[in-house]
Design a protein around this ligand. Structure first.
Ligand SMILES: Nc1nc2c(c(=O)[nH]1)N[C@H]1C(S)=C(S)[C@@H](COP(=O)(O)OP(=O)(O)OC[C@H]3O[C@@H](n4cnc5c(=O)[nH]c(N)nc54)[C@H](O)[C@@H]3O)O[C@H]1N2
Ligand SMILES: Nc1nc2c(c(=O)[nH]1)N[C@H]1C(S)=C(S)[C@@H](COP(=O)(O)OP(=O)(O)OC[C@H]3O[C@@H](n4cnc5c(=O)[nH]c(N)nc54)[C@H](O)[C@@H]3O)O[C@H]1N2
Ligand SMILES: [Mo]
Length: 769
């Protein structure tokens, strides 16, 4: 598409009477639609919010803040205009001038607020001071920081067992706060550190750890820039990792081949305009971003991957170079078993299980065999399934066949979610910590950490329900509705003796609370954090293991806000009066936290100096250097059986996902631009044949009933059916609303992740009336 053509300028947003609309989207990803959306968003947020240019300025090397929008890395060339529509919205959302202060809470009871939508809650603005729930008036009342810390500290001190507390982390938390947070939990005596990763990339971590001995991707952005082929599984990049569009556009322009595997053909699998270009319209040019799109059925990815591998083996009969035999012999284990299982699986079976025709899979295999360097990237479409771990291991299997590891332009590249979710794991948020790590922590910090595993997200909910966990601390996030089985999770939180939420904005998790409840408001990442030792910076790690500093520059939303490290230290001191940890000393200057971290974590040597290098530093990854910390000392193939994939007659498989205009549980509007939807979130995308079978037309109301493994059912009523290009038997709709359907017991036996992309449902017309 050429610059400024009519079609590019037509964003499809001209008229809006508030009614639900659906028109398939034909425009490039990013581009004018993004520009218009940002302008409108900033206008709506009101006077005084920095415009895109001002926001861009703040997000640059040496002194800017890290974009909290997603975990995609910054440009390697030091070009820092690489921020996108959703990043800007995300930042502006935090910078709002609206305030939720004591007067606000005096005006509204919790019962009244409970009737508000997620959007209405967050849209009230930033929280300004600590608040404590008062059951007598059903209101949050102001509480001083020392009193709040004492309430939390006393309740924690008085538990019969430290394992009656759980400490949740949402993936925004900077590395320094992360380190202090896990230290607080472990000093107290528990490894109950559930995190959002338990719902996100747990499967990736476990699979990569088992296969390669490094629980992360091994590639960086420079690899993305040199790969010959990119295979992108199960991610809606245009909405959720918009800066990946830049990599896709550049790859396409230099002649790399791009294969997308997704039941939906998402916007990033068509064509795009480089996201940051939208602020300088002059360079607008849409570029295709896909060579081949495969549309498996939901959960069909492992069969697609095995099909590609089978085709590679077939090719190797005539062309020995199809396999990198030297690499396989020198670095891997389990090859023969894997080959045997690929050969034994018939094409008919692969087609049936993947929902993709053999010739399409062979096309992908052709691209793979022609490429000298391949990257396989993936996100939640792969992980939130029963077979998430097996599928990620199958990705590694495929890469190993052609030695696509430990060299430029090749390797596994999971797209992480929250901006620092990877850093959280690196810095100790792990309910299954290794003994090595605990030993180091004990030695360096002089504590005696508990050795038994703690609880993850699902286990924590069950334990709260059963009264075994009595204190829940949420360090960011919106646990109440991000977690599965909404009704059950609400019930679980309400059974707690105390719930503590450290947050920037009002959300559902403040309204669904324990007998006592605290809202502790903190500085956002854009804000200046001044401590006794001056302005403080925190570090974060992106999806590609780059660690760099983030410095907030904006005046805090309220003088009463504390930084996350300071809040953690405050709770810690109150809970552990005799703690040997110099909590107060740490908070004066975060360099001191980093000095301790440098002693605890491999790869963090000389942390304070290296993190101040212009682009930060990359954490060393053994697998990247072909050092495998696995039992065999080699990269391990796996030969797991393919998922069954058959469904009960009359049922569909439902995936829950994000719309374009939302950030997890934060809903900016009811639009999903790239999927052509306006003013509607209570929808379900269905295949036209499945709709016809049920006598449904576009926008007809349906009831959706999920059938859990234990046979229990959960329902949503009066959703609207939207005919969509999705394989038969599959349906999709939005999180977090659809968490109502996700039974607490329906988590993967491989990763313990809720199977949020693989619910079995019946969809029927809603009764008339
Ligand atoms: N703007 C914005 N950015 C975000 C977020 C946000 O909410 N808004 N969230 C952040 C977080 S925490 C995360 S984890 C990431 C999430 O990023 P994504 O993984 O893109 O998240 P989802 O919207 O859940 O969508 C997953 C994709 O999986 C596809 N899918 C569903 N089932 C299957 C399947 O069986 N196989 C395959 N191959 N694909 C499938 C869907 O069609 C969809 O394209 O984004 C991060 N970035
Ligand atoms: N059905 C279904 N459910 C899902 C998913 C799915 O695909 N399907 N995806 C899952 C995934 S991948 C994830 S990551 C989780 C997300 O789960 P969470 O991370 O728990 O949820 P968020 O919506 O990202 O959290 C938003 C809240 O974070 C707070 N916040 C924002 N910035 C800051 C900050 O700087 N500091 C602090 N302390 N608080 C801040 C604000 O108060 C805001 O209301 O949801 C999971 N749930
Ligand atoms: Mo996530």
């Amino acid at each position: 598409m050429t610059r400024g053509s009519v079609e590019d300028r037509d964003t499809g947003h001209e008229s809006d009477d508030g009614r639900p609309e659906f028109h398939p989207y034909h425009h490039p990803a990013a581009g004018w639609g993004a520009a218009e959306s940002v302008t409108r968003f900033l206008a709506k947020e009101g006077e005084g919010i920095a415009g895109p240019r001002a926001i861009l300025k703040m997000n640059h090397e040496n002194g800017g803040f890290d974009c909290p929008g997603c975990a995609w890395p910054d440009d390697t060339k030091g070009l820092h205009l690489d921020i996108c529509e959703n990043g800007i919205k995300h930042v502006a959302w935090e910078m709002t001038h609206k305030r939720v202060d004591a007067a606000f809470f005096a005006r509204h009871t919790v019962t009244e607020l409970s009737g508000w939508s997620e959007f209405e809650l967050e849209n009230q603005g930033r929280l300004t001071e600590p608040m404590s729930y008062d059951p007598a008036t059903d209101r949050y009342l102001p509480i001083s920081w020392p009193e709040a810390f004492e309430l939390a500290g006393r309740t924690l001190r008085e538990l019969d067992d430290p394992n009656q507390a759980a400490f949740y982390t949402s993936g925004r938390l900077g590395n320094e706060a992360t380190f202090l947070y896990q230290l607080l939990a472990r000093e107290l005596g528990t490894n109950n550190l559930p995190d959002c990763s338990n719902m996100c990339h747990e499967a990736s971590g476990r699979a990569l750890q088992a296969a390669l001995g490094t629980g992360k991707g091994t590639v960086d952005l420079a690899d993305w820039e040199t790969a010959d082929a990119l295979f992108i599984f199960g991610v809606n990049a245009a909405s959720n990792a918009p800066r990946m569009l830049t990599a896709l556009v550049e790859a396409y322009r230099r002649g790399a081949r791009i294969v997308h595997v997704n039941p939906l053909v998402e916007a990033a699998a068509r064509r795009a305009i480089i996201p940051h270009d939208f602020v300088k319209m002059a360079t607008f040019r849409a570029t295709p971003t896909s060579t081949l799109n495969l549309q498996p059925r939901i959960g069909g990815d492992m069969a697609v991957l095995r099909g590609i591998a089978k085709a590679v083996f077939e090719e190797s009969a005539a062309n020995p170079k199809a396999l990198d035999r030297q690499f396989i012999e020198r670095y891997t284990a389990g090859y023969e078993d894997y080959r045997a299982v690929c050969e034994a699986t018939t094409w008919a079976e692969l087609e049936q299980r993947s929902g993709v025709r053999a010739e399409e899979i062979r096309k992908a295999a052709r691209i793979y065999c022609d490429a000298d360097r391949s990257i396989v990237s993936w996100c939640l479409g792969v992980t939130q399934h029963e077979h998430g771990v097996d599928t990620v291991r199958e990705i590694v299997n495929l890469l190993l066949l052609r030695g696509n590891l430990g060299r430029e332009g090749a390797g596994p590249s999971p797209v992480r979610g929250h901006s620092n979710v990877q850093g959280n794991r690196t810095c100790g948020i792990d309910h299954r910590p290794s003994q090595d790590f605990l030993n180091r922590l004990a030695l360096v910090c002089g504590i005696d950490p508990p050795r038994e595993h703690g609880m993850d997200t699902v286990a924590t909910i069950d334990a709260m329900h059963a009264g075994r966990v009595r204190v829940f601390v949420g360090m960011g996030g919106n646990f109440a509705i991000a977690a599965p089985d909404t009704a059950y999770t609400f019930d679980a939180l309400r059974r707690c003796e105390l719930t503590v939420q450290v947050s920037t904005k009002l959300n559902r998790s403040h309204l669904v609370h324990g007998r006592r409840a605290l809202i502790l408001p903190c500085l956002g990442r854009t804000e200046k954090d001044v401590q006794r030792g001056g302005v403080q910076a925190t570090s974060v790690e992106d999806s590609m293991s780059m660690v760099h500093l983030s410095v907030g520059m904006k005046k805090p939303a309220s003088p009463h806000l504390l930084s996350e490290p300071a809040i953690i230290a405050g709770i810690a001191r109150a809970a552990l009066p005799d703690s040997p940890t110099p909590w107060e000393h740490y908070i004066e200057n975060y360099d001191r936290i980093r000095d301790t971290m440098a002693e605890v974590f491999d790869g963090f040597e000389d942390f304070n100096r290296r993190v101040r290098l212009p682009l930060g530093f990359r954490i060393r990854q053994p697998a990247r250097e072909l050092v495998f910390r696995t039992p065999s000392g080699r990269a391990e193939f796996s030969a797991a059986p393919l998922p069954d994939g058959t469904r009960e007659p009359g049922t569909l498989t439902l995936a829950t996902m994000r719309a374009h205009d939302q950030w997890n549980t934060t809903i900016y509007s009811e639009n999903d631009r790239y999927r052509g939807v306006k003013n509607l979130r209570t929808l379900v995308f269905m295949n036209a044949d499945d709709m016809r079978e049920r006598g449904l037309s576009e926008f007809d109301e349906v009831d959706i009933t999920s059938i859990a493994r234990d046979g229990t059912t959960r329902s949503l009523h009066r959703y609207q059916a939207i005919p969509y290009d999705i394989p038969p038997g599959c349906a999709a709709g939005y999180m977090p609303e659809m968490n109502v359907l996700c039974a607490i017991g329906d988590y993967s036996t491989q990763s313990d992740q809720p199977i949020m992309k693989n619910l079995t449902v019946r969809i029927e017309p809603s009764p008339v009336g």
